[in-house]
Design a binder for this molecule. Structure first.
Ligand SMILES: Nc1ncnc2c1ncn2[C@@H]1O[C@H](COP(=O)(O)OP(=O)(O)OP(=O)(O)O)[C@@H](O)[C@H]1O
Length: 249
């Protein structure tokens, strides 16, 4: 059996008296797209923060590629190949798509700061940057300033920046939020194209997207995983329907 790339075991976090994640255990296999769904306030973002290192669990462990990373900083986790889009990777609006991605290649490679200004002209950075830009379908927009991209293109750029980490796993926190239908479909196709190559943990409210994409779905309600497994089985689970999917109609 293939070892999971990411394993949470009994991850718990309280804010005051409120147990926001209450002993969460789950595993993400290499190349698997694992969706984490649940009602507003269920603790999804708090859980993602604990995986990315922005928050430390009160108890429980986070293991990545066989190592306990529970106390590692977000930067060390990113360098170890655990990428997170949207909150950590911030784009610079005045720089082009290529320059932004080249800078994230540079940050990973930890080249001397002197190269900063010419990041997009440095071949060592340029090659991997183009590969990431092509992988997300932004090649024709490579020289457009990031600030002029549409919402969906910005999300694709952030995914390109995550890919420069050569990640084993990518955490995606609501990539479709605020994105229109057509662009949403393009992002769904992009995520589909990455399936199998990267383990992905996807937090998403768009159920159509979740069930189109996920290999596995876990449902978080009041900080606890109430169901986890095959999407069709989870979708049919009466407890899930009552706690969550029922409210979608
Ligand atoms: N730093 C904090 N201090 C106190 N309470 C917090 C903090 N962060 C989150 N919470 C509370 O924890 C609960 C879970 O929040 P969280 O954002 O993790 O849920 P979520 O499932 O991501 O919700 P949504 O789907 O609306 O984004 C909420 O009641 C929230 O108010």
């Amino acid at each position: 059996m293939t070892e999971p790339v990411l394993v949470l075991d009994g991850v718990q976090k309280s804010f005051g008296a409120l147990k926001v994640t209450d002993g969460v255990s789950l595993a993400v296999a290499p190349g698997e797209l694992h969706a984490l769904i649940g009602p507003n306030g269920a603790g999804k973002t708090t859980l993602v923060h604990q995986i990315s290192g922005m928050l430390r669990p009160d108890t429980g462990t986070v293991r990545f590629r066989g190592h306990d990373i529970t106390t590692l900083s977000p930067e060390k986790r990113a360098r170890a190949g655990l990428a997170r889009t949207f909150q950590i990777t911030s784009t610079i609006a005045s720089l082009s798509v290529l320059e932004n991605v080249a800078l994230s290649v540079q940050a990973r490679a930890a080249h001397p700061l002197a190269l900063f200004r010419n990041a997009a002209r440095d071949e060592r950075l340029n090659g991997p940057a183009w590969a990431a830009i092509e992988a997300v379908g932004l090649a024709e927009r490579a020289h457009v300033p990031a600030g002029r991209l549409s919402h969906g293109e910005k999300r694709a750029l952030e995914i390109a920046m995550a890919l420069t980490l050569e990640p084993a796993a990518i955490l995606l926190d609501e990539p479709l939020a605020g994105v229109g239908r057509e662009e949403g479909e393009r992002l769904i196709s992009l995520l589909k194209s990455l399936k199998g190559r990267y383990a992905m943990l996807l937090v998403e409210h768009d159920m159509e997207a979740v069930f189109a994409l996920a290999d596995k779905v876990s449902v978080l309600v009041y900080g606890r995983v109430i169901a986890s497994g095959d999407p069709a089985v989870v979708r049919a689970d009466p407890a899930v329907r009552e706690a969550y999917l029922g409210e979608e109609g």
